[in-house]
Ligand binder design. Structure first.
Ligand SMILES: *Cc1c(COP(=O)(O)O)cnc(C)c1O
Length: 394
């Protein structure tokens, strides 16, 4: 029933019946590492997967189960898996799907630690990592071949906002039997449901919009049951151990209840900020998918239900002007992370994306002068006033 309800309804109700918990409106928090069984045979059967039932919280826990059901209801997937962080989701997934000799094709622009994992993790263990600009369909067609096992990208990409066309990349990848993984952290399922567009797996840093309050670190993977169980039993249970704590799951569940409301405000605030920045002489370029002249505005309209809360921009005065702007802001804090109630600003080249070598950044679409703004939930006039005041000081 819940899969057909509206998004906000699913974010609040799906996967939970208070009657099963003595009428408790809010689901209980299962702070337990292990579970008892009435007999040795019963416990053995749970370990063998012959009967359902929890036995140890690195494999499953009722609070995590509920979060997983709720996330799969929001992403429209059969199953989901909760992990200790977004990086836990990425590493557990890729370690499960790839082996030495396999090839992964990734987009040109990736979150800094994802890029670092490909270099320091997968590449060191004999997995071939190839990079292509996935916004260029000709280059992409040349790059996918039968040795490509996984195609991996973010859309919109952190930090430069480039979009990748999920439906067309998935179609092409599937011709060659590759699995498509989309990091949907920026868009959230409120704006984009990659699996409905053809992707195999969706990954989230739930630290960001899903949690939404800047008080936790968490990750999610969603997709078909067969893939999710493979990631749970190998990547998560054996290889990374990157398990989410039940307490964190409870906080993410609480955050999800307002995801719909929060995303609406993030989107409307960001649209206003993008329009404001666009008019300023001190700003050379504004990258926001909702702007009419954003190069992929048409794709954004097709693939996203609104344009999100993230903006990137470059100052006319380059990096120094950007740093001066950051230092002159009063309400808006300089901090990494994103998707919080607070508006946050940061400089990718020296912060979130400093994992790239300086000479690599331009090639990967991360110019030194780029500034990233996560537009929060404050009163819009206060956000604009703070930016306006600081811009005058640049
Ligand atoms: C933050 C982020 C990650 C990593 O998530 P953590 O929860 O910090 O481990 C991965 N992808 C994107 C796009 C991110 O913004």
């Amino acid at each position: 029933m819940m899969h057909t309800s509206g998004f906000a309804t699913r974010a609040i109700h799906s996967g939970y019946d208070p009657e099963s918990e003595q009428g408790a409106l809010c689901p209980p928090l299962h702070l337990t590492s292990t579970f008892t069984a009435p007999t040795a045979d019963e416990m053995g059967a749970r370990f063998a997967g012959e009967v359902d039932g929890h036995f140890y919280s690195r494999i499953s826990n009722p609070t995590l189960d509920l979060l997983e059901r709720r996330m799969s209801a929001l992403e429209g997937t059969e199953a989901a898996l909760a992990t200790a962080s977004g990086m836990g989701a990425i590493t557990a997934t890729l370690w499960s799907l790839l082996k030495p000799g396999d090839e992964i094709l990734v987009d040109r622009t990736l979150y800094g630690c994802t890029f670092a994992f490909l270099r320091h993790g997968l590449s060191r263990f004999g997995i071939k990592v190839r990079t292509v600009d996935m916004t260029n369909s000709d280059r992409l067609i040349e790059s996918v071949n039968d040795s490509t096992k996984v195609v991996y990208f973010e859309t919109p990409a952190n930090p430069n906002m480039r979009l990748v066309d999920i439906a067309s990349v998935s179609k092409l990848a599937h011709v060659h039997g590759a699995k498509v993984i989309v990091d949907n952290t920026y868009a959230t399922p409120f704006l984009t449901r990659p699996v409905s567009l053809g992707a195999d797996l969706v990954i989230h840093s739930a630290t960001k919009y899903l949690g939404g309050h800047g008080d936790l670190v968490a990750g999610i993977v969603a997709g078909r049951t067969e893939l999710i169980e493979q990631i749970r039993l190998y990547g998560l249970k054996d290889m990374t151990g990157a398990v989410m704590s039940p307490f964190t799951a409870m906080l993410v569940l609480r955050g999800l209840k307002t995801l719909d409301l929060r995303m609406q405000r993030h989107c409307s605030n960001a649209a206003a900020v993008a329009a404001f920045l666009k008019q300023q002489d001190q700003i050379a370029d504004v990258y926001y998918p909702g702007l009419q002249d954003f190069p992929q505005h048409m794709l954004a309209k097709r693939q996203m239900d609104d344009f999100g809360g993230m903006i990137a921009f470059e100052m006319t005065g380059g990096l120094q002007a950007g740093k001066k702007l950051i230092d002159s802001l009063q309400m808006i804090h300089c901090a990494v992370s994103l998707g919080d109630a607070e508006t946050l600003i940061q400089h990718p080249a020296s912060m979130t994306h400093s994992t790239y070598e300086p000479e690599e950044r331009v090639e990967h679409g991360i110019p030194d002068g780029l500034i990233r703004l996560s537009v929060g939930l404050e009163t819009i006039s206060d956000i604009l006033d703070d930016l306006d005041r600081a811009l005058r000081m640049v």
